[in-house]
Design a protein around this ligand. Structure first.
Ligand code: TXA
Ligand code: MG
Length: 355
């Protein structure tokens, strides 16, 4: 057990003297080989020096993460990229110029400077330049690339608030920088640019439509579209684990909105009669359709960003409330919807009921 400090920090990018002191203190911990959770625009990250294998090992231990699941190296300027990679392919260059700083992670061939302890033994390295001002300043002050997975215990939903990090990692890490709730709420888009045609490995706020508009042809890793077998090797090793899982058994109900609401009402009644605690994930537009169960709106269908922002907090809330079953409405899988549906499908173990 270590004592986990929690320091508040402004999320506006205008740092007070106190904020600057906290950021310098956090950077000292990272340089000293310790663990600091910090806000990014996507989710909270758990940071350590990416060039120090022993610091990276501490991340795996604190999260209970399988050591073959590689970490993303976070940087704060383009000059910090070149030393980490062997080649800077044209597609990578265009993505970096267009979307960095921002919610996209690029996979490159790694240079000799990046230890295998950070890349899970892979010859490639994942790199991201976050736009969150506190994240950027922390990385800059650290003076090293910062390896950071999402700051949750392995298998739990990613944290979108400092409180989620505290629930999972209190006593396991040195410091949590509390910069308030994150803006996006889903992890970064991951694009592998090591091959001729770039491959989308994880959907996020930089959408497939945006990638294709910039690059032309982009492939999709099959692990995004459906369940992967136990022996499959998805290109982002993390995609093979049953991530983002609530403790409840979750089912997505698909169909016309009236039929979906009616079927979910029946399922809630059945399960409640059996004595179970039942959650319903609906939207601002449909919440009046559900008279029974733990009914929670995930956001507005008219504003998909609100759905992305609330998704993980809602899954955590159902865990806290002891839900045994969760029934959820579905969303379109275009644009940001692709990332939303990817996370909901995984949370549900791809259990979908068509009505
Ligand atoms: O938004 C984000 O990306 C957040 C914030 C903190 O930046 N980080 C994050 O990290 O989501 P993590 O570790 O939870 O997810 C990283 C994913 C995993 O699925 C991992 O397998 C994949 O990136 N990954 C990392 N390095 C890779 C590599 N060299 N090749 C393929 N996939 C890689
Ligand atoms: Mg994660």
């Amino acid at each position: 057990m270590v004592k986990t400090e929690i320091w508040k920090i402004s999320d506006s990018g205008h740092f007070t003297q106190e904020d600057r002191k906290h950021l310098r203190g956090a950077a000292d911990i990272i340089r000293g080989g310790g663990l600091v959770a910090f806000p990014t625009e996507t989710v909270y990250g758990l940071g350590a020096n990416a060039l120090d294998e022993r610091a990276a090992a501490k991340i795996y231990e604190a999260k209970g993460r399988p050591s073959d699941n590689p970490l993303i190296a976070h940087i704060s300027s383009l000059e910090e990229l070149e030393p980490l990679i062997a080649r800077f392919p044209e597609a990578g260059r265009r993505l970096a110029e267009t979307f960095w700083p921002g919610p996209v992670t690029l996979i490159f061939e790694k240079s000799g400077r990046v230890p295998y302890g950070t890349t899970g033994g892979l010859k490639t390295v994942a790199v991201r330049m976050p736009s969150d001002p506190a994240a950027a300043e922390l990385i800059r002050l650290s003076g090293v690339p910062v390896a950071a997975p999402s700051a949750n215990l392995s298998g739990r939903p990613s944290p979108t608030r400092a409180e989620h990090v505290r629930q999972d990692l209190d006593g396991r890490i040195d410091l949590i920088l509390d910069g308030g709730p994150v803006g996006i709420g889903l992890e970064s888009t991951i694009v592998d640019v090591t091959e001729e045609i770039p491959v989308l490995l994880r959907p996020g706020a930089i959408t497939m439509e945006m990638l294709r508009e910039l690059l032309g042809e982009v492939r999709i890793d099959p692990a995004i579209l459906g369940p992967v077998g136990a022996d499959a090797r998805p290109r982002a090793p993390g995609m093979k684990y049953r991530h983002y899982a609530p403790r409840a058994e979750m089912t997505l109900v698909e169909g016309g909105s009236a039929a979906v609401a009616s079927r979910i009402r029946e399922l809630v009644d059945e399960r409640q009669k059996q004595g179970y605690t039942v959650g319903v994930i609906c939207t601002d537009e449909t919440k009046e359709s559900y008279p029974r169960g733990l009914v929670r709106s995930i956001g507005a269908r008219s504003d998909e960003r609100s759905v992305a922002r609330n998704l993980y907090a809602l899954l955590r809330e159902f865990d806290d409330l002891g839900a045994d079953y969760i029934y959820s409405e579905k969303f379109s899988d275009e644009r940001l919807g692709q990332a939303i549906m990817n996370r909901l499908n995984k949370a549900a173990g791809y259990r979908v009921l068509k009505v």
